[in-house]
Design a protein around this ligand. Sequence first.
Ligand code: HEM
Length: 402
Amino acid sequence: MRTGYATDHRGLAWLHRSLAEEQAAHGLVFNPLRDAFQRDPERVYAELRHRSPVHRSRLLDCWVVTRYADIARVLREHTLFRSSPDTTTQDLVDPYVTLDPGRPSLFMLDPPDHTRLRGAVREAFAPEALRQLTPRLEDCVREVVTALGRPGDRVDLVAGFATVLPLRVLDLLTGLDLHTVPGVTGWVDRIVSGLEPIATVRTAEQALAAYRELGACLDERLAAPAREGTLHRSLTRDVEAGRLSDAEARQLLMFLVLAGTRTVSDFLAGAARELAALPPGAPQRRCVDSALVDDLIARTSPVQIVARTAAAATAVGGRNISAGDRLLLVLASANRDPDRTGRELAFGGGIHRCVGARLARLEGRAALSCLLATFPGMRPVEAVPARRCVTLRGWDRVIVHL
Ligand code: HEM
């Protein structure tokens, strides 16, 4: 089991050497620390797809896979490409693993544990459960959108809309009322920063501190009686029936908070920015339908990358992969691959495909429709992308005139 984030032996000289070696070996480097990458990752991924689609990154100590066909295959073959990072030979393991080594979250587990734990939350995201949730979700959306201001006001859609709504919607589902705790969004932000492959030891330490604070807050909420019709209640029943341990139920809820808030915030911010930039009469501004939401999710790809570890020696895209090698699958690149042959991969694929995909789509459609119906003249002012993001791609600010 990995317990640390091994960067001690690294430094500037090592960084330059790694990049030079990578350049010499492949004729190009994947350097997510460069400003050019941060400004325009799509251009970098297009070049990788074309020139080095299964690319050995010395810097990140893993393979960067960018073509749709290779990524779809790796996601499908879950017995060969495992989620658990414990067996990887990679030096820089996602620091997320170190947050709670004894209790990995759903997407870092393999069957049979993965199957059992996923089964415990599946019902809450099924079509019937979401149908019942919809009226309350729409009320919640209306409240948040009308609180933004009046037509013509200058507002930041990240602070007032995109980061507010997902936690409130998640609360409807879980019954935890975390949106009333001021620190939660900041804790989630710090924890997910630790997910970045370019996270530093300091980022990882901050992630750990935030993880503990969020955990303490969650424990307080879990100690209160669970309301009927919530995920808190159904997981409590599973624990009483011996289907789950207390720790597993807690970890599932913790992970839903982490997986179901920043992702949706990033999506709402990116999608609102794109829609605000369209001319006022554009048909997409008048009707945000499911197809448009799917298209916006694929284009913005809020989760840009997922990771897997090869359980045995194999080949991907003609490159030899050793057992224990870590692969970063760039979903954002797969979604823009001109040779894409199947459905978009913004929600991943295979057994780990996002459990909250239906909820995210429903929420996205309700939120963006309400925003544009309430403020049909919305105009963009300024959008500032979040810096140092490789895994999750979001926005610091999306300023508009309503
Ligand atoms: C636009 C918003 C979202 C995007 C782009 C997104 C994307 C993803 C991706 C790519 C994965 C696969 C991870 C992997 O293969 O390693 C995933 C897994 C997951 N997502 Fe989402 N997600 C979103 C919203 C949500 C929401 C709203 C929830 C719940 C409230 C959620 C809960 C989960 C869970 C529990 C998993 C793990 C599934 C498993 O391992 O079986 N996600 N998501």
